[in-house]
Design a protein around this ligand. Structure first.
Ligand code: HAM
Length: 438
């Protein structure tokens, strides 16, 4: 017997929540478009090597969290754990370096990570994200950060902290990593077992550890921002200045190394204490100037972010008002008029009209009217009233009670104009207000 439950760490999005999600994604899409980013869709799974090389073999994602399987041809495949490596792969595969740079792309996609499920942390989560590839200018870093800030602002997420850091580049990072490793080796007895492994594999990861002993050691660790080369220092100062000019208040956080190995120079996160759990990051990202090269493309700088929709929804103060069903409900006044009601509904659903619902459960007339108001319909079309002439129906405004008899030919036009004239839509019962703002 199969247990009828979604797998651990996954969830179903029921219609109200899915409608709320749609509103969020549509708002994000509007902002992405306003900044010149274009939608891109990549496969749900990729060759495992892409993530090993792109995200980094020493990261938790690659070491512990990937959903990897051999396909029937014996090739190792992985369900996408993050969106940047696949977009970089698509950039290389489709020769996008030949387009005017930077190439600016956005996506909305599920991500799969075998993590310990808890509030705000799932094994399948959904991200909106953006990647700008082909420019090393600080203005691109600032643009993606400001763009995420605008999306969060428009969705009513307030009380955010913007943390920024610089991870250095090929020139300055090796010396810093050696210094950090030396420091960690000197404090090995105070570190957890995992951080002792990290000291050798990838010492920067020790900044992510939540163990109190490790945190105390890391609080006194050397800071990468104090060991940047002149180029990285200039770049970081440029990004911070542009962010301030845009009205943001970035706070330098030297522990912000982030969990993926491809970052160089800028890293950033928008954090909220409203989430009320260990995962305070609503969205984050950074620059990855060697990623495209690492996966076989021409040297191409890049910068982007990913933002979890589950966390975004939790952090939203003003909830999105989901859109319910169609605004018109067609009522059959007698069982033998059901086919006529069906035809009227079809007419209202065709070609750009507002759409209609009708009874599919053999309800009485009273039951149909009750269902219309339960669904939040604004108008009812009454079909089959004895007193009406042939080819005529009665249109009832369910908010005001006013009625009007119209021919079936006139009906679509009258419905459209009545709905347009309705200044304020009615409350929509359990499905929320129609077309409400976020
Ligand atoms: P990330 O920090 O691993 O970065 O994930 C981005 C966002 O996805 C997080 O800030 C969080 O909101 C959400 N998230 C991550 N894991 C989970 C989870 N298990 N459950 C719920 N939400 C989660 C990346 O993935 C990079 N690709 C971001 C990026 C784009 N960097 C440059 N470009």
């Amino acid at each position: 017997m199969i247990t009828p439950r979604a797998p651990k760490g996954t969830y179903d999005l029921l219609p109200d929540a899915a409608a709320e999600r749609d509103v969020i994604v549509a708002a994000a899409a509007r902002v992405f478009t306003a900044y010149g980013y274009r939608h891109v869709v990549t496969p749900e799974f990729e060759e495992t090597g892409l993530f090993e090389r792109g995200v980094g073999e020493a990261t938790d994602i690659v070491r512990k969290e990937m959903y990897t399987f051999a396909d029937k041809g014996g090739r190792l495949m992985t369900l996408r754990p993050e969106g940047t490596a696949p977009v970089a792969r698509a950039y290389v595969e489709h020769g996008m370096h030949k387009l005017p740079q930077p190439v600016k792309l956005w996506y909305h996609a599920p991500m799969f990570r075998y993590e310990r499920p808890q509030a705000g942390r799932y094994r399948e989560h959904h991200q909106i994200g953006a990647e700008a590839m082909g420019s090393a200018e600080p203005a691109v870093d600032a643009e993606v950060i400001v763009m995420l800030g605008q999306i969060l602002g428009e969705l009513g997420v307030t009380g955010l902290r913007l943390a920024v850091n610089s991870m250095g580049d090929r020139e300055c990072r090796p010396a810093y990593v050696a210094l950090l490793r030396e420091y960690l080796e000197a404090h090995a007895v105070e570190l957890c077992q995992e951080c002792r492994v990290r000291t050798q594999l990838n010492p920067l990861r020790t900044f992510d550890c939540k163990e109190p002993g490790c945190r105390a050691v890391m609080a006194r660790a050397p800071h990468v921002v104090d060991h940047l080369c002149a180029g990285c220092r200039r770049h970081f100062a440029g990004v911070v200045e542009l962010l301030r000019l845009a009205g943001l208040a970035p706070q330098v956080d030297f522990t912000l190394v982030r969990g993926l190995d491809y970052y160089t120079r800028t890293t950033f996160e928008f954090q909220s204490d409203k989430l009320g759990f260990a995962q305070s990051t609503v969205g984050g990202g950074g620059r990855y100037d060697y990623l495209v090269e690492q996966i076989g493309g021409p040297p191409t700088p890049g910068v982007g972010f990913g933002c979890g929709l589950e966390r975004l929804t939790l952090a939203c103060e003003a909830k999105a008002h989901p859109v319910g069903g169609p605004p018109v409900y067609v009522v059959a006044f007698a069982p033998e008029r059901r086919a006529d009601a069906f035809a009227v509904a079809q007419r209202l659903r065709a070609g750009g009209l507002p759409g209609a619902e009708l009874d599919l459960a053999a309800r009485s007339v009273k039951g149909q009217l009750k269902q219309a108001s339960r669904l939040g319909a604004r108008l009812a079309v009454l079909v089959g009233l004895d007193e009406l002439a042939a080819e005529t129906v009665r249109l009832r405004d369910l908010a005001t009670g006013s009625e009007d008899d119209v021919t079936i030919d006139e009906l679509p036009g009258r419905v459209t104009s009545l709905l347009a004239a309705a200044a304020r839509p009615p409350e929509r019962g359990h499905v929320g207000g129609r077309g409400g703002k976020v």
